[in-house]
Design a protein around this ligand. Sequence first.
Ligand code: UGA
Length: 423
Amino acid sequence: MKISVIGGGYVGLVTASCFAYLGHIVQIIEIDSKKADLINQGIPPIYEEKLEEILKQTAGKNLSAQSHYEGLGDADIIFICVGTPPQDDGSADLKYIISASKSIGAALKGSKKYHVITVKSTVPPGTTESIVMPIVLELLGNGSNCVGFCMNPEFLREGRAIDDFLHPDRVVIGGSSEEAVRVVQEAYEKLDAPVITTSLKAAEMIKYTSNAFLATKISFSNEIGNICKKIGINVYEVMKGVGLDHRINPYFLNAGLGFGGSCFPKDVMALIRLAEKNGEDPVLLRSVIDINERQPGRIVQILNERIGDIRGKNITVLGLAFKDNTDDVRDSRSIPVISELLEHGAVISAYDPMAFESMKKIFPGINYHTNAGDALIGADACLVLTEWPEFSKLNDEFNLMKSRVIIEGRKILSCSGIEGVCW
Ligand code: UGA
């Protein structure tokens, strides 16, 4: 099939590369021409495991990137993969969805081919039907019977996005017609996954609900973890026993500093705003955010209880990324922790296998190191803030500290003499 993908960010680039890997002819339309050039050279503009390998196999063959909408009229499916960032009040900003819809409508005018315009971006229920469809249809005028509309949410985890795309738990396709759904379903034909077909609005809601439920599991585990810590129980022992109940399952029950990243905080907030706008009082979702915002402060509080006044103390921070296997620090829980440590006058040394360049832009004044050992020399205490697998091997490095006070915000260390934020 011929597929066009509007937007070459995380979701667009992974989607486009994977569809090309599956044998489709794929065109990425990315406004940033530097990004488009890199993609054409087979160089990923972002880090994502296995992406480089796939780009090398497809770029210049059945995958190309450009900054203009020429050739869009050849596409069977046009995926909209633009950002929906939060506005000041937390609701989703749809300006990129609107401008992409306008550009698509203008580019398809006069086309006689049948195209399915498919929203992949995370958007509030009703967006495809009430915003994308009318904009495109108005611009198309008489040719409006040549298009169908779908909403096909993504469930890609950063750092594991390629595997998630190629081995999904399910593919959700909401459609304006059976024909539109059939075309999008065909694009996924080579994947071995159940396909759920829904209304456009339900597909949009499935995405928000999935992220909100996963975030709820995390905040729930953190609340139980905080109670366990107070009464001397290891929450990981508890959740192991709880997660084996098939109705609960063992995933996303890892207590710690809470969730960060570009999706969970933003999507839960957008869902809260959506509920409020519709006259609902989403008490559970608000608590999910509330617990999440409190977790970072707890590790600083424990540190304070262990070493007293933090002012002038050397604190080593291991892990800056919002989770392992990414250089992304967006909404990383390490940001509020470092901010609070700096407010209290700590001297910070930091190490992260990938994210130190990104974090330098936020905290240029702290000491960055290229390995954990160097960051630990002379430290009064160490806080572990990201679940990098390489941290599980650390042991002798902690002997370089002035005093061995080690507190984990993510359960990853395997050495003795450590405590966790809620275990
Ligand atoms: C998340 C979802 O997992 C994807 O399914 C979804 O497609 C994506 O958002 C999105 O909406 O685009 P992502 O944000 O990349 O993916 O990362 P996750 O692996 O879900 O982790 C999110 C945060 O939760 C991290 O900070 C992680 O450390 C934290 N977490 C995760 C926990 O604190 N405990 C857990 O048990 C699991």
